[in-house]
Design a protein around this ligand. Sequence first.
Ligand code: PGA
Ligand code: ZN
Length: 427
Amino acid sequence: MSKNKITDIKGRMVFDSRGKPTIEAEVIVNNKISGIAIAPSGASKGYNEAIEKKDNKKHFYGEGVTENIKLINSIIRKALIGQEIENQKKIDNILINLDGTENKSFLGGNTTIAVSMAVLRCASKSNKKPLWSYLNPKNKKLPIPEIQIIGGGKHAKGSIPIQDFMVIPNGAPDFYTALEWVYRIYKIAGDKLFKDGKLLGVADEGGYWPNFRDIEETLTFLSKCIEEAGLEFFKEVSISLDIAANNLKKEKGYILFKNNKPYSKKQFKKKLLQIINNYPIISIEDPFDELDLDEYKEFKSEAPSYLQIVGDDLVVTNTKLIKMANNNDAINTVLIKPNQIGTISETIKAINLSKKLKLFTIISARSGETEDSIISDLSVGWGIKQLKVGSMSRSERLSKWNQCLRIGEKLENNYVMHQPPSIWKSL
Ligand code: PGA
Ligand code: ZN
């Protein structure tokens, strides 16, 4: 029996990186130890994510979280006071039962994840351990970063239709070197875009917001930046894409640029396979709308064996949907976002199931983030090999890379990074 009992819980409104209201939960143990966590927020969401509850009233143009805060300070507080802080599963079950819906629409997935993460943070503090080592002291490796260089889609008002053009330093000997390589690419990309008069700013996740009118033009540009940084494709650094195709699928097919002819499902599949063959791309996320499962399956069977095919909106960290995607042979990798499902314990279930099904996992932040860097601790503590949090600008992104650097300092073998997934071994 633990002596560490919850004595108070508070909810408060804070702002996320888009300046929108979100929820901070504070959990207090034994009237003295406090753990705080903040709910992130997605912009391009899967159809089956836990509901992000907002007030939908006049204040903050509908984005207020007054109701969520009230729920934390009343029924959640009442139900959790007296619980042992280490009993994450039991606490999460109380939240799930209090909510009582399939998609957390009563309490809000944003409410439950803030509380669930604050409980975990408070438990680690109560046990006087850094969060990553409280989760599992044996997991002592940093994740391979997947870092955005160019942002598009819903994160840049549709300027370029694909959501993330990222790089993966898959051949870096350690995490520190991985960041140094990406720093070079990011810097070169910014300087070049500015010089060519193509820089419009940075998008929601800190990647450049460029004025390109063509996917191939963007990929050629990114490839050149990698070369100019003196890095070798595939062996050292490769490209990864998040198509976020839910946002491209319209009634008549997939539309990349306004006024362009839509691609049928088959044509879109062909287009994706073409760009994969022409550029050093090793990972592709949500290549099709989540309803186009046949295309997923065909694409997977036709794509090169080194290609990581990642389900994000397709599976939304939900065990039922991970099983469904696996039964349909749609993906080989699962993107894990704790707020898609709404509690820490359900996130762990999704990770365990993915492992059991021999699917790779990537843990990911959201496009709306905050100074909370819990995701970095989770990636190390849960032994997840890859981490996706956006780019190398904007402090809500850097706070995650910085937390990895802090953790790296504490590891026996400074900045030791996971080995790449087996499908990249042949690169
Ligand atoms: P979101 O985007 O956080 O806006 O959903 C991130 C992603 O699609 O990976
Ligand atoms: Zn995604």
